[in-house]
Design a protein around this ligand. Structure first.
Ligand code: NAD
Length: 492
């Protein structure tokens, strides 16, 4: 394992560049260790990257789709070969356990392959012959795409945008989060090297770079994943030039456990625990509040604690026994702690879960032992806010109308899950306001890149993944060829 800090590049028009000012990224498990540095790009450099993408678009838009697929497949092959090194880097800069980092890369590759296999079908021109003549409908690239991504799944949430955008003939400037910029920069460089200069550019930085990317008039589309608050700034910045947008935002996903859920089903309980604590709870689509029918509430809590204590092992992300690593950054630790303390001060019971494998590490790194919160009020911040960390409230409910209302009164609607007898669960699922609802599973365990993913309400606009996620990088162009060129209602 390399411990020398890594220096990654920005990429502007195919050129690898460094800046004097750098973003320093520490290891959340051992904050004294600097994992690497990324360039801290300026607004001027960001403008140059947008100009490069704008100029490259002129020919890239008309390039041959088979050539684009070949280039993307070459990149996929190179990422596969580099996976061990990239997964290690991701784990060290992010804090997620090594198996989790490998899983993120595997999902990214699965999606990139899906996009290669389906792009031709999505952009195939349609010819309609009808009584008034003929119509050709084409699905054309949009232009320069600004992609802005968060720290929690930096590689998969960047490749989810890069693959469909480039394959459909767009060009891109990507800006990852300064809280996990290294591994995604490596992946972006591998992909960019396979494409002509200017097609895929990479800049690093925070809000200042983000503002340029979302307001510059040469940008035609914004593909953003991140917090709902940031998205509100982005919508304002983009409104001057009416940009197209895909927004994948926050969530407060509920898991509803019905009265016919089998509390003795150990595998289902393990899936529930994973859907609460994978990546230390820092996933947009993790189950962040659990409602259990009162008739099974006590038995469920008892069995849940047993399952959680078996699966959760906290420690260094490189320890193969570890399932839950540290939180990514100090601010997030403070925020999650404040939600737990608030609930506790109002009388909720907080139960620590799992086994700590290295107590010394816990005091030094950004660790937070996973907790279960019982007895919170349904409207306490720990229940209604997105915690984005290793804690989960479990609450009892008495009737299904009540729990559906609690689920739907949220400003969010990303994913959700219903646990119980299948037909019954689907009936409840139909009433839920969310982009995805999973039955007897939740979070990434129930994710399928072949189908559209996205949120309703303040969880987002548009869809990624699936054929919809490819089509969202195209504009529909209609070419009409009427057979009667004289218009009957216009006088000679
Ligand atoms: P964030 O909104 O703080 O940052 C996201 C990105 O936006 C970063 O790259 C950041 O540098 C950039 N940014 C910040 N200010 C900006 C501005 N004014 N203009 C343009 N860009 C700006 O989010 P985060 O803390 O990195 O990620 C966590 C959030 O992301 C959570 O709310 C989570 O639910 C959400 N998320 C959603 C999905 C999804 O698919 N719906 C997936 C993962 C994460």
């Amino acid at each position: 394992m390399t411990t020398e800090p890594l220096i990654v590049n920005a990429i502007i028009n195919g050129e690898k560049i460094q800046t004097e000012k750098k973003i320093e990224r520490e290891n959340p498990a051992h904050p004294e260790e600097i994992v690497g540095y990324a360039p801290n790009n300026t607004r001027e450099e960001t403008k140059r990257a947008i100009d490069a993408a704008y100029n490259a678009f002129k020919s890239w838009a008309w390039s041959d789709v088979d050539d684009r697929i070949t280039r993307m497949k070459n990149a996929i092959q190179k990422i596969k070969e580099a996976t061990p090194e990239i997964a290690e880097l991701l784990s060290r800069e992010h804090g997620k356990a090594l198996y989790d980092a490998q899983g993120e890369i595997a999902i990214s590759l699965m999606w990139m392959e899906f996009a290669c296999d389906h792009v031709k079908k999505v952009i195939e021109p349609e010819l309609k012959e009808h009584e008034n003549g003929k119509t050709i409908i084409t699905h054309d690239p949009i232009g320069v795409v600004s992609a802005i991504t968060p720290w929690n799944y930096p590689i998969s949430l960047s490749t989810i945008k890069i693959a469909p955008a480039l394959l459909t003939g767009n060009t891109m400037v990507l800006k990852p989060s300064p809280l996990a910029p290294l591994a995604v920069s490596r992946v972006t460089e591998i992909i960019s090297d396979e494409f002509p200069p200017g097609v895929l550019n990479l800049v690093n930085g925070d809000a200042e770079v983000g503002v340029e990317l979302t307001s510059n008039e040469k940008v035609a589309k914004i593909a953003f994943t991140g917090g709902t608050k940031t998205a509100k700034h982005i919508m304002k910045a983009a409104s001057e030039t009416i940009k197209k947008m895909t927004l994948e935002l926050g969530g407060n996903d509920a898991a509803i456990v019905l009265d016919d859920f089998d509390v003795n089903d150990e595998r289902a309980l393990r899936r529930m625990v994973i859907s609460n604590f994978l990546t230390a709870g820092q996933i947009c689509m993790i189950a962040k509040r659990v409602y259990v029918h009162r008739s099974i509430y006590e038995a469920f809590v008892e069995k849940y604690i047993e399952a959680a204590n078996k699966w959760i092992r906290i420690g260094d992300p490189f320890n193969p026994e570890v399932t839950v690593g540290p939180v990514n950054n100090k601010n997030q630790v403070q925020y999650v702690k404040s939600l737990i303390e608030d609930a506790e001060s109002k009388g909720a019971k907080v139960i620590k879960l799992g086994k700590v494998l290295d107590a010394k590490l816990m005091d030094n790194g950004y660790f937070l032992q996973p907790t279960l919160v019982l007895g919170a009020d349904p409207h306490d911040p720990i229940v209604v806010e997105e915690q984005f960390g290793p804690t989960v409230p479990i609450l009892p409910f008495d009737d299904e109308e009540q729990v559906i209302e609690l689920q739907n009164e949220s400003i969010y609607g990303l994913t959700s899950s219903v646990w119980g007898e299948e037909e019954h669960a689907v009936k409840v699922a139909r009433r839920i306001e969310a982009g995805t609802t999973m039955i007897n599973t939740a979070a990434v365990q129930g994710l399928d890149v072949r189908f559209p993913f996205g949120g309703v309400k303040q969880s987002g606009v548009g869809r990624e993944y699936g054929e919809d996620g490819i089509k969202s990088y195209t504009e529909t162009h209609v070419i009409n060829l009427p057979n009667n060129l004289e218009l009957p209602y216009i006088p000679e």
